[in-house]
Design a protein around this ligand. Structure first.
Ligand code: BDR
Ligand code: CA
Length: 304
């Protein structure tokens, strides 16, 4: 059973990832930590609480983390596709619980120290909380089992700049701290997540499944306003439960943080020559079995 902390910025696809994690017996969700990303921290924390309530899982502790990227104010230059509140302004069932008082960064440090080598961090928003935890307590880095993250674009264009993916571009300095931490990394970037698009058939199947979670996912996806939207963040959860349905390449990945048009780019050196003596630090996932993954999602969300 994977013991994970889910670090997120819900966000529609984050919300789906949370609901999927809650529906998977292979995953023990130790807590949800939130960060400013798709929306400000106050929205993302509230949305995490709303999603847990919707799934009748308000027992899952939710923590507020960083209010802004490490090096400066959050740049509000990207239009939001997640509505005003981050979850498409829908009325969701359930009464949200309350935030835990402890800061997300302290929770991450405490949990890793309590179970050395066992806790994996699943990161589906900007990496600010993880980077700050590593900076505050560098001794936790070798004790973190892995960081499985949605972010970056190794061999394809970005979605928030010519080369940059949103989560990395929001806080490139944080991402670079995580990349150079020595923690085993699995990157589910746009290379793979852009292939995982959910179409009408699967949305209808979710609606028919009729569970509160499946119906809410259907409503969010319809309100999202894009045809066949990409399920970026759920890919990270699916990786834990069906790693064999993904494939990729070991690489040495760094993040460019200079203030140029390349800011936020993830540079993946694959061959021995390009790595220049540096060993791989990351499995860059590039492909997956989309149909099988979508079936898993629909099946899991329909159980309940
Ligand atoms: C990522 O950006 C966010 O908008 C999504 O939630 C996802 O984590 C995709 O680039
Ligand atoms: Ca996200």
């Amino acid at each position: 059973r994977h013991r994970i902390i889910l670090d997120c910025d819900p966000g529609v696809d984050d919300a789906i990832a949370i609901l999927l994690a809650l529906a998977c017996p292979e995953i023990e969700l130790l807590g949800i930590t939130c960060v400013t990303g798709n929306k400000d921290l106050s929205f993302t924390t509230n949305n995490a609480l709303r999603i847990c309530a919707l799934a009748d899982r308000s027992d899952i502790p939710v923590y507020a983390g960083c209010t802004r990227p490490l090096m400066g104010p959050y740049q509000r230059k990207w239009p939001s596709v997640h509505g005003t509140d981050g979850l498409c302004d829908l009325d969701l069932p359930g009464k949200p619980g309350v935030l835990v008082e402890e800061h997300a960064v302290d929770f991450i440090i405490r949990k890793v120290l309590a179970a050395p080598g066992e806790v994996s961090l699943c990161v589906i928003g900007p990496m600010t909380n993880i980077a700050l935890a590593i900076v505050k307590a560098p001794h936790i880095a070798p004790l973190i089992r892995s960081v499985v993250f949605m972010g970056g674009a190794a061999f394809c264009p970005g979605n928030s700049g010519p080369l940059a993916e949103f989560n990395i571009l929001v806080d490139p300095e944080a991402a670079e701290i995580v990349m150079s931490s020595g923690i085993p990394l699995v990157m589910l970037g746009l290379d793979v997540t852009q292939k995982v698009r959910i179409g009408e058939g699967h949305v209808a199947a979710l609606e028919q499944a009729g569970t509160a979670a499946a119906v809410a996912i259907g409503a969010m996806l319809r309100a999202y306003g894009s045809n066949d939207p990409c399920l970026h963040d759920p890919c990270a959860i699916l990786y834990y439960i069906a790693p064999d349905l993904f494939s990729g390449v070991e690489a040495h990945v760094r993040v460019l943080a200079n203030p140029t048009e390349a800011r936020g780019a993830t540079v993946a050196a694959v061959s021995e020559r390009h790595r220049d003596g540096r060993p791989p630090n990351c499995l860059v996932v590039t492909d997956c079995d989309v149909e099988k993954l979508l079936s898993i999602l629909v099946d899991r969300m329909g159980d309940g």
